[in-house]
Design a protein around this ligand. Structure first.
Ligand SMILES: Nc1ncnc2c1ncn2[C@@H]1O[C@H](COP(=O)(O)OP(=O)(O)OP(=O)(O)O)[C@@H](O)[C@H]1O
Ligand SMILES: [Mg+2]
Length: 261
């Protein structure tokens, strides 16, 4: 059965997009059928997958969501782009910001993305949703459409307050809109292995949440190699196959594959 995973944290720049792309391609390298959805008006996922000017794209997630809102049929494979590392993706661009505002007046506005994903789920083993750095209506749509949330946390500062707000929002979506939803885990990203920040923060999170929130065993190290991939349109597995970040995402992929419901 298809697992839908939202990659979310309202804090910006924590590695959501990098994780979405490299976990997605990691899963595809293990033979899984993977669709990545960009739920972010910045278009950074599209850019990291090789689209030079996301804002010039004519068909994006917005086209699809608007069709769902207007009860029009989405043509099979409409808006889906194939990346040569074996994944399918639906990009987004600046127009998504306009749609977010327009959703206010839409009936069942939290369910639009879910309604679409329910029609394509059968074709994939994993659908990963790259969320934007906010907890607005598009992120709520992503949480309503998902089975799990993966939370990247940058291990360089104390994130507990922001995390509380995110975990509260996930709890509310779980109670009111999507009883299926659970937190798959917190992933530490950009970990500078010369410091103990990751260990200290993990300890803090454990003190607040105990065993209720899983922390992935494997962390993603800080490396300029990860930052370089964004400009290249390919994954870390091709850009720096022997590096620590590629190794980090291979281990994360294994943990996600091993995850039981
Ligand atoms: N492990 C890493 N080491 C060093 N730099 C990284 C690492 N992972 C991501 N980066 C860089 O950090 C920046 C932010 O990463 P990314 O875009 O994945 O974060 P994000 O959470 O999606 O941001 P936003 O909230 O804006 O969507 C990018 O420039 C990216 O290349
Ligand atoms: Mg991003």
């Amino acid at each position: 059965m298809c697992k839908v995973i939202a990659i979310a944290n309202q804090k910006g720049g924590v590695g959501k997009t990098t994780t979405c792309v490299n976990l997605g391609i990691g899963l595809a390298r293990e033979g899984k059928r993977v669709l990545l959805i960009e739920a972010d008006a910045q278009g950074s996922m599209a850019a990291s997958l090789g689209i030079q000017e996301p804002d010039e794209l004519e068909v994006t997630l917005v086209t699809i969501m608007e069709k769902v809102i207007n009860d029009e049929n989405v043509v099979p494979n409409e808006g889906i782009i194939w990346h040569d590392e074996g994944i399918a993706f639906i990009p987004a661009n600046i127009e998504l910001a306009g749609l977010e505002t327009a959703l206010v007046n839409v009936m069942s506005r939290e369910m639009i993305l879910k309604q679409y994903l329910d029609t394509v789920k059968a074709q994939y083993d994993y659908i990963l949703i790259d969320c934007m750095p906010s907890l607005g209506m598009i992120t709520i749509n992503a949480l309503v459409a998902s089975d799990y949330v993966l939370i990247p946390v940058e291990a360089a500062y104390l994130p507990v307050k922001g995390l509380q707000q995110l975990i509260k929002t996930i709890g509310r979506v779980h109670r009111k809109l999507n009883p299926q939803l659970s937190i798959m885990g917190i992933l530490f990203t950009k970990v500078d292995r010369r410091t103990n920040f990751a260990r200290d923060i993990a300890e803090q999170i454990r003190q607040v949440y105990g065993t209720r929130v899983h922390i992935f065993k494997n962390c993603i190290p800080l490396s300029v190699r990860a930052a370089e991939t964004t400009a290249e349109g390919k994954s870390i597995y091709l850009h720096d196959p022997k590096g620590v970040v590629a190794k980090g995402y291979v281990c994360l992929t294994e943990e996600v594959l091993a995850h039981e419901e």
